[in-house]
Design a protein around this ligand. Sequence first.
Ligand SMILES: Cc1ncc(COP(=O)(O)O)c(C=O)c1O
Ligand SMILES: Nc1ccccc1C(=O)C[C@H](N)C(=O)O
Length: 441
Amino acid sequence: MFPRDTSLDIPLSDDFNVPTNQQVGATSRSDKESNCVYLCGNSLGLLSKSSAALVQEELQVWGTRAVLGHFDHPDNRPWTKCTDEVNALLAEVVGANEIEVACMGTLTNNLHLMMDSFYKPTATRYKILCEAKAFPSDQYAFASQALAHGLDPATTIIEVSPRPGEFTLREEDILATIDKEGDSIALVLFSGIQYYTGQWFPIESITRKAQEKGCICGWDLAHAAGNVPLSLHDWNVDFAVWCTYKYINSGPGGIAGLFVHEKWHEIEQPKFAGWWGHELSTRFKMPPKFSPIKGAQGFQQSNPSVLAVVSLLGSLRVFKKAGMIGPLRERSLKLTGALDQMLRQSKYFVAPEVFDKQSTKPGFTIITPSEPSQRGAQLSLLFTGSDIMVKVFDYLVKNGVIGDEREPDVIRLAPAPLYNTLKDCEHAVAILEEALASVSL
Ligand SMILES: Cc1ncc(COP(=O)(O)O)c(C=O)c1O
Ligand SMILES: Nc1ccccc1C(=O)C[C@H](N)C(=O)O
């Protein structure tokens, strides 16, 4: 029997709205009013009551104060300064100084903005190094950046792939590639945590090696921010971008984050300026010449959606109340560790070394590293056969277990430490086993 840690039975925060079985269309469940088992905070985090209340407040201010809300706000949160509290909290989440962080735009927008500033190919140093099978938006961004510089993506973008028979990257292979190709690499840009495999890359050592070879090192932290401890400033990361709608629960399409290390603030001025990057003290005097805010916030372009900002703020306040990343990671290690252990005890589990994708016998392996320091909350389950994953996924949803399917073959399950419990993990494993039993029939 798996030893139970009863502290994991109570959610860390009761501030979240968990959809019911009925609401998610779990038609096989008779307990329609019970909460579903939501293990999909790696794609879209849940709505916190705090975010919902703050959005309502801003709607109220908009309805009652209209344009005056920009400067004179009943809750002392004038819209011109609505990102102040968020920036401070985001800086804590990613391990940065406040001046290094901006809450703005969207992940892919910010990635382009940062590449516009930091990707400066020359005749001899022009390549972009990333992991193979990066999230498609990142691949499109890299390729289009290469094209914009008149370069051929096929020769510009180099990817590190897993060794044959392996699912994740070895640190030594990444470092060796940088060593070998570094003189021709302009930019090393990995995801902090790989969206498909859930592998947490060694950010500090990759950054160090890239910089030793004279490359710029940036990070896409979509799956890392709010999930694992980060120390972007101390790790000397050049720049980073992330979305906030996953583990940080800002809501679909929520406002994103951007980090520019302090060492660049005097050197790298915003290239595509907008008025919101201009110093607040003179912004509304409408001067013709752009005078940027020092640091990451100088990269802001437009006035942000206040509704999006406070939706993020609500969740960040929940993070703060829970003690920020330290306690969250501690709980995350236990929850994901327990889920991992239970899955490995399943009769359908096949060890990754002997996993046979072609097998028609229903089964799965876990492609996420088993070493906790190499992963965050997410576990990626790879299924045998060609249509087993889809059938299993369908069964899970009908039974109120919400993970996500990622083509071609993976179901991702991610217990979020703020709102998931050990019971969620136990329930998910039980339903998964039922699902696999049903496809065996
Ligand atoms: C690693 C990664 N990059 C980019 C994106 C795209 O983000 P967005 O649509 O917010 O630009 C996502 C998620 O959608 C992601 O996980
Ligand atoms: N923004 C979305 C909208 C619709 C569906 C998924 C997403 C995701 O965020 C996907 C995520 N990046 C992932 O790792 O799969």
